[in-house]
Ligand binder design. Structure first.
Ligand code: DQQ
Length: 543
């Protein structure tokens, strides 16, 4: 039978009802993970007087809810508690910087501390009386509508704290640098930390170090010879995020992206689908950096009202610098694998061109599937037209129904019985004019639902894998209304939101497919995923 709530997820973070957006101030304290997020307690749409909701977890998978951490209450935040970040000060003292919308409707930056440090759940937060600590003024030429989302602060070797705030001037996106000796008095540094023209407002800047020598995460204040830095910004105008990898010049307090990784429409993205306002934090318990992102709905406002909620958090991902040094790689946190059950091994076969194979024995609406493709014959590879530079456009033109040479091959997820509905996550391989192979990864939502009110945009990314010498892998986390896919072992990620009308719960199937001319060998496994305990009431937990 069909569930009453076919789109509610089984293992993605979401509260029982209402609107959520950005993850805020993730942190670990006394071995407890804290997740704050933008939440509208009064409805399914965003509202400016938004609050910081709060949940905690021991494993980043199961979550318990707490009272809201920050609510509009003071002249410096009476019209809203917007996004911000946490910093762990020396002596293991967490601090939260957030943007308050003040009584004049200006964006100002405020500081809050836990009321009781002996409470590992940090249930109560106190806004300090000195707030606001950073304000937009005519003198500092900061626009009061474009001054928000303080980053985690880092400590320089001069013992001074720094943080960046998102802003814009005309259409130039800005990361404004502030500095402080005592964490209380902050001054704007005269030069801009980093900026890019024709970007519009930079929201939620995140600036952090990554190791270029070992696969570990680093505390935000770490610097040194084995360290590169990452700056991520969320572009308000396009609702897309871009990151660059670069060098942090300590003497000048400037960030310089490496050549070839400036923001542009073809720049590097954490995720080429629905993923925004992300935030990372250093998990000191496991020496890793974890990334949280918000996945907005692709359904209509009316459908959101019907289902009573809007917005999900994606599965936390560990992020590392790729061996090439040119990009990051992301992977779902290892703890998620605890939810895997009833493993189904895919028979090691060659899926011939034009064939479809059902993966039987998994709960296909709530599953995790990891497959590897091996290609031995490249003869029928199509030639890449040099004008095909935009992967998203290429994936929409050559969607899953367009037969090709080498590919499309991959997965049909959330598929209905007669394939009236399915979401296709797949690869196509092309040969470029310099005889290199180019791997395209697509998530095609065009047939995901018979409901025409959804945004069914198809997404795409090029994946830096050499299919001649390397295996090509694909992992998809399928969870009722979200499909998070990881290509090339996390080199390209695509998150899609879909709302099948037929392929719900027990009426859902999962397939591997190949609509190319060349056969492809496939290996891998699929798992049914258990339901995580996420923000459930005591009563529900006992059921
Ligand atoms: N969401 C927050 C802002 C931020 C935006 C408000 C990004 O602080 O800039 O809910 O989604």
């Amino acid at each position: 039978c069909q569930a009453k709530e076919p789109y509610r997820t089984g293992y993605h973070f979401q509260p029982p009802k209402n609107w959520i957006n950005d993850p805020n101030g993730p942190l670990i304290y006394k071995n407890v993970y804290h997740h704050f997020y933008q939440y509208n307690p009064h409805g399914v749409a965003w509202s400016p007087n938004i609050v910081w909701a709060h949940s905690t977890s021991n494993d980043l998978v199961n979550w318990i809810p707490h009272d809201d951490a920050l609510n509009p209450s003071e002249p410096f935040d009476i019209n809203g508690c917007w996004s911000g970040s946490a910093t762990i000060l020396p002596g293991e003292k967490p601090a939260i910087f957030y943007t308050g919308i003040n009584s004049e409707n200006e964006q100002v930056q405020n500081l809050a501390f836990p009321k009781n440090l002996s409470d590992p759940f940090l249930r109560e937060w106190v806004k300090i009386p000195q707030n606001p600590l950073m304000i937009p003024t005519e003198a500092n030429q900061i626009n009061a509508d474009s001054f928000r989302d303080p980053s985690t602060a880092w400590l320089g070797s001069d013992n001074r704290w720094r943080l960046v705030i998102g802003s814009k001037q005309n259409q130039t996106g800005l990361a404004i640098l502030y500095m402080s000796e005592d964490f209380l008095h902050w001054t704007r540094v005269n030069h801009t930390f980093h900026s890019a023209k024709e970007n519009g407002m930079w929201e939620c800047p995140d600036f952090f170090p990554v190791s270029n020598s070992s696969p570990i995460g680093l505390d935000t204040s770490t610097n040194g010879p084995d360290v590169k830095h990452v700056l991520k910004v969320s572009l308000f105008d396009t609702a897309k995020e871009y990151y660059t990898i670069g060098t942090y010049n300590l003497d000048k307090d400037l960030y310089n992206p490496d050549k070839g990784s400036e923001e542009s429409d073809l720049g590097l993205r954490y995720d080429y689908g629905k993923f925004y306002a992300s935030k990372s934090f250093f998990d000191s318990a496991k020496n890793r950096r974890i990334l949280w992102g918000w996945s907005n709905e692709s359904s209509s406002a009316n459908d959101d009202i019907k289902k009573g909620w809007s917005g999900l958090q994606t599965i936390p991902r560990t992020i590392l610098l790729d061996e090439s040094g040119k990009q990051l790689v992301q992977w779902p946190i290892e703890e998620l694998e605890k939810l895997r059950t009833k493993q189904v091994r895919l028979p090691r076969i060659v899926i011939e061109g034009g064939s479809l194979h059902e993966v039987l024995g998994v709960t296909a609406a709530q599953a995790d599937i990891e497959v590897t493709f091996e290609i031995s014959d490249f003869e029928k590879t199509e030639v890449l037209d040099p004008s095909w530079t935009d992967p998203q456009i290429l994936c929409s033109k050559k969607d899953a129904s367009v037969y090709g040479g080498l590919g499309p091959f991959g997965l049909l997820v959330l598929a209905s019985e007669s394939l009236q509905e399915y979401t296709a996550v797949f690869y196509r391989i092309f040969k470029s004019h310099n005889n290199k192979y180019v791997v395209l990864m697509c998530s095609d939502q065009s047939r995901s639902s018979l409901n025409e009110n959804n945004d069914k945009t198809t997404y795409g990314a090029f994946v830096d894998v050499d299919p001649v010498h390397e295996k090509l892998s694909l992992r998809s986390l399928i969870d009722h209304s979200i499909v998070e896919s990881f290509g090339g072992e996390g080199k390209a990620c695509i998150t899609a939101r879909v709302y099948p009308t037929l392929a719900v719960d027990g009426y859902t199937s999962l397939y591997t497919f190949n609509y190319g001319k060349e056969g492809v060998k496939i290996t891998g496994s699929a798992w049914s995923m258990r339901t995580a305990k996420i923000n459930r009431s005591r009563k529900e937990e006992n059921e």
